[in-house]
Design a protein around this ligand. Structure first.
Ligand code: FES
Length: 272
């Protein structure tokens, strides 16, 4: 069992929790993820790690309530425990000094990109961050991102924070201002697809971090499989980061929707 020691509400549906997981906190690397089972009856859901603190033995997660399991997790309070956490899982991010790296984070993807952009900065890169959300409330952890970025651009759909427009508008602005060697995009799949296409338009190598459905997280069940560059890959062990130019996005979108109806029914029949 893993105890929750801090909880903060970022916006209507977005929560930040710090949970005890000393062994994972000691060994996880930027880009790793975990799989959480809130209680014995809950499904196994992958979450990215926003921060890990080896000394405190904790992980910080940013969670958006989209289905029953995330809703149950967000309803827990300080002192409550989650059933189990498996990790660290996945292949860590490839960190090297590329020169200038543009990190594009959308919504709770900003929390996922934070440890990676921190590692890029520590490896000597110039880090330019473009953060986006539908509205001001959904652009999170800006102060933390600013700490490790040389430049930060904020975009919101409604113009309530930063500039009005989608994330690719901010990216293109940067591409027209300076040379960029590498792009990393993390956020909703549709956002990552268009970030990747924008980077491709300017001939810039780009990676995306895919958030497919997962069950075991160890390459055995096949739930997370996708076609990358014409080959079948398992996101949980070969990823979660892949070359965005090689992702079969249509397949990704269709597999993401596989359990939508069942998930909706579960949510409707849930009585806490
Ligand atoms: Fe089962 Fe990846 S989650 S193979």
């Amino acid at each position: 069992m893993n105890k929750i020691i801090r909880k903060e509400q970022f916006s209507e549906k977005v929560y930040c929790i710090e949970v005890e997981a000393p062994l994972i906190a000691k060994s996880c690397k930027p880009g790793n993820f975990i799989i959480v089972r809130v209680d014995k009856k809950s499904e196994r859901v992958p979450y990215t790690i926003a921060k890990s603190d080896a000394q405190r033995g904790t992980l910080t997660l940013v969670i958006q309530t989209v289905g029953l399991s995330s809703l149950k997790l967000c309803r827990l309070n300080v002192g409550d425990e989650v059933q189990d956490i498996a990790g660290p899982l996945g292949t860590p991010s490839h960190i090297e000094n590329y020169g200038t790296v543009l990190c594009a984070g959308g919504g709770i993807g900003i929390a996922a990109i934070l440890p990676i952009l921190t590692a890029f900065k520590q490896a000597g890169n110039r880090v330019v961050s473009v953060l986006a959300g539908r509205t001001k409330d959904l652009v999170i952890m800006v102060d933390e991102v600013k700490k490790y970025s040389d430049k930060v651009i904020i975009m919101t759909d409604d113009g309530s924070y930063g500039e009005k427009g989608v994330i690719t508008v901010g990216m293109e602005k940067i591409f027209n201002e300076e040379h960029v060697d590498k792009v990393l995009a993390i956020g909703p799949p549709i956002m990552m697809k268009f970030c990747s296409l924008m980077a491709k338009k300017y001939g810039i190598p780009n990676d995306v971090s895919l958030n497919t459905i997962m069950v075991d997280g160890t390459g055995m069940c096949g739930a997370c499989r996708l076609t990358i560059g014409g080959k079948t890959k398992f996101v949980c062990i070969d990823g979660p980061e892949f070359d965005g130019d090689l992702v079969d996005w249509d397949e990704m979108f269709s597999r993401m929707g596989t359990f939508k109806r069942v998930e909706q029914e579960e949510l409707e029949h849930y009585h806490p």
